[in-house]
Design a protein around this ligand. Structure first.
Ligand code: ADP
Ligand code: MG
Length: 699
């Protein structure tokens, strides 16, 4: 059973005004308990504070007046009998105005002559007179019944909250329910933010903040409430991350021998000079690796920014001290590409490849070599996570394209060693504040420049009517000996969506437009081996054109691919388009990405416009975040981002910083949250992130 006095336990249906049926509508919105309701914040507010007199009413404006009912009546529409029209004549000391409500027959009860009302709505002209249609209204009553200072009126005459509504409820009803919950449960709310943190940061207490976020007395108080609640969200989000970080740093890792000759020889042997950004990042990694604290570093860099070579340098630092390195990539193709590349660059080390598709005999051999310490660097896919993979001496783990792995999978590989260093790489770079919000348990390095010598990349947007022009550009590239990708959003054509799929277009283009060229088709429904075969054929220039779905998205590096056509470009996300585009422009030749789309929705136009305008991955992800918000961008559930309801890491950088500093202070003083003043916080945390119980609270 639950504790009726505790709002976090009480199911929503026990609130007055909510039965089982309404409760269902609330749970559909993720509101399960009273606490959930109190933390369900308004989407926006309407300012209905400005009372005017009737003589000040102006046609076309939305205004608020305080009046008395002079007369009222109701009739049914003569066209549709079931449709009711309620009318009232209201007045104040400056004049009279008429009001009309459609199909709200119950209103008659409230509109008795002599009653005082506040009305809020649009002023229109009807039959030569001013009138308000369907205004929101509030019956003016005596002084506030609620001790917290919530005024008696909560629909007009103030800043009025506007919510995203559960099915079947009006704003008015929802506000009433919210007010009931506030009246009954506000005094029972526990403030999870310790007092000294609040006072140091000038934050309001919880009760005051909750009431002013819903029914603010003034804009100023609303802002204060907002700040306090956003701080709380950041804080609760940071605490587990900091716990994890400090927990990890208290462990003894490996102090690698980072300055040996092997690193020097490797760097000197590279066919290019490292960029300044690569050098800087290598230094950051180096100082982590030389220290006894286990490294946990996130390396962010746009596609093609040269992260692999950085990871290889880190690998060699570990290897020259006698340790092994595990390098995990999300796909077979990528693992093989890394394997080939690193093998050709780092001749002095022994490298192995472990993927699901290697045959039994080879697998047995490589597993033995890993166990006996005969391979220095193992590159592989998820196959590395299998129980049969046992390292002799794992000193560094590299994870490429981390967003392709779950948090759980990411944690598995390091467990095959004793607190090895971990380097995590991502080609979906995000603004630093967001990175701190999400990956606050990691240290962050950023490469924000591409290696020199890359050809110019142009992005063009065409209507479908100009498809022939796109083909012409592709043909020019082909005759120069370069290669072309053509991307479709789906494999099979879809009649419902009226778009053609990769399969059909492959057959069509092969027979007509590009019949003198060699075409290949690749998509996710082909077996892995089949995909690999086609990919290597393209890589080895046995194919000129590759027709594909989005499986191309990640990491493939083929310098002679200089042209990409993306069909139905509006169907792809912005970051996804950027990743796709990253498949070309890898060599010294100029490249061209052609987006084909007829979409005219505002969002599609913005997205495709951003692609044409920006080539920098950081910039692209910022724009993408603007459209989708962090939740959608990352997939809500995985990152617990749904817990950030009002805090916005993109705009509230200072607040995030402060919340993080306070979290560090608190956890350093009380790592297991055992002190009395932290108990409410601990409860709150576990309610939001139950999975952290094991991870951080066990001593
Ligand atoms: P990503 O960051 O997407 O993983 P890669 O590591 O695959 O990028 O690098 C892309 C290409 O750039 C590779 O062919 C790589 O050899 C090359 N490269 C890396 N660093 C440099 C550099 N400093 N100068 C020139 N080319 C470089
Ligand atoms: Mg890469």
């Amino acid at each position: 059973m639950f504790d009726m006095s505790n709002p976090q336990d009480v199911p929503i249906q026990y609130l007055k005004g909510i039965g089982p049926k309404r409760a269902k509508a609330f749970t559909n919105l993720g509101i399960y308990t009273i606490l959930g309701l109190l933390y369900y914040f308004p989407r926006r507010y309407e300012d209905r504070t400005n009372l005017v007199t009737i003589s000040d009413l102006e046609e076309g404006k939305i205004q608020t007046i305080k009046v008395q009912v002079l007369a009222s009546g109701q009739r049914n529409s003569w066209r549709r009998r079931s449709f009711s029209i309620t009318q009232a004549e209201v007045g104040d000391e400056t004049g009279r105005v008429s009001c009309v409500w459609f199909n709200q027959p119950y209103l008659k009860e409230y509109l008795k002559p002599g009653k005082s009302l506040i009305l809020y709505g649009k002023v229109e002209r009807y039959a030569g007179r001013l009138q308000m249609s369907n205004p929101e209204f509030e019956i003016v009553s005596g002084p506030s019944p609620c001790e917290q200072g919530l005024g008696g009126e909560f629909n007009v005459g103030r800043l009025v909250p506007v919510y995203t509504l559960p099915d079947g409820l009006s704003q008015r009803t929802f506000r009433k329910i919210m007010k009931t919950a506030l009246d009954e449960y506000l005094p029972k709310l526990n403030d999870c933010l310790p007092y000294d943190i609040r006072s140091r940061n000038g934050l309001e207490n919880l009760a005051k903040s909750i009431i002013n976020i819903h029914f603010p007395e003034s804009l100023d108080l609303q802002k204060k409430a907002y700040t306090r609640l956003a701080f709380e969200e950041f804080f609760i989000f940071q605490v587990p991350l900091i716990l994890r970080k400090l927990n990890r740093e208290s462990k003894l890792g490996i102090a690698h021998k980072v300055d040996g000759r092997m690193v020097e020889v490797f760097i000197r042997g590279l066919p290019f000079k490292l960029t300044i950004a690569q050098e800087r990042v290598i230094q950051e990694i180096k100082s982590d690796m030389v220290s006894l604290k286990p490294m946990q570093r996130l390396l962010q860099g746009d596609v093609g920014s040269g992260k692999t070579v950085v990871a290889t340098v880190a690998g060699i630092m570990a290897i020259q001290g006698g340790y092994q390195v595990a390098f995990m990539a999300p796909t077979e193709i990528l693992a093989r590409q890394h394997y080939d590349k690193i093998k050709s660059q780092a001749k002095a080390i022994k490298i192995g490849l472990l993927t699901a598709s290697i045959d039994k005999k080879d697998k047995g051999k490589i597993l033995r070599e890993i166990k006996e310490g005969k391979v220095d660097l193992v590159i592989g896919t998820h196959a590395l996570l299998e129980a049969g993979v046992i390292f002799k001496n794992l000193g560094l783990v590299v994870i490429d394209e981390q967003h392709k792995f779950g948090v759980g999978q990411r944690a598995l590989l390091p467990q095959k060693g004793i607190n090895p260093d971990v380097l995590i790489m991502t080609a979906t770079p995000i603004p630093r504040t967001l990175a701190i919000t999400l990956y606050g348990d990691l240290d962050i390095s950023i490469i924000r420049e591409l290696p020199p010598g890359r050809g110019v990349m142009k992005t063009i947007l065409f209507d479908a009517a100009k498809r022939q022009k796109a083909y012409k550009i592709a043909r020019e590239e082909l005759t120069r000996g370069n290669q072309v990708y053509i991307i479709y959003p789906v494999i099979e054509e879809s009649l419902a969506l009226d778009i053609s799929g990769a399969k059909k277009m492959y057959a069509e283009l092969k027979a007509s437009e590009f019949k003198e060229f060699k075409l290949g088709l690749i998509h996710g429904r082909l077996k892995q081996e089949e995909q690999d075969k086609i990919m290597s054929a393209f890589k080895n220039k046995k194919l000129d054109i590759l027709i594909s779905t989005t499986i191309l998205e990640v990491g493939i590096d083929i310098p002679s691919a200089t042209c990409m056509i993306v069909e139905y470009a509006e169907r792809f996300g912005l970051s996804q388009l950027h990743q796709l585009r990253g498949r070309i422009g890898r060599g010294s030749d100029a490249s061209c990405c052609i987006l084909i789309s007829d979409a005219k929705t505002e969002e599609a136009v913005f997205r495709l416009g951003a692609m044409v305008k920006y080539s920098d991955g950081f910039r692209i992800s910022e724009e993408d975040l603007k459209i989708r918000g962090p939740g959608e961008f990352f997939g809500r559930e995985q990152h617990g981002l749904s817990e950030l309801k009002i805090a916005n890491p993109l705009t509230q950088m200072q607040l995030l910083k402060r919340a993080r500093e306070e979290a560090v202070k608190l956890i350093s003083a009380d790592p297991h949250l055992v002190s009395r003043q932290n108990q409410l916080l601990k409860e709150s945390l576990l309610r939001k992130f139950p999975e952290y119980e094991k991870l951080v609270f066990s001593c």
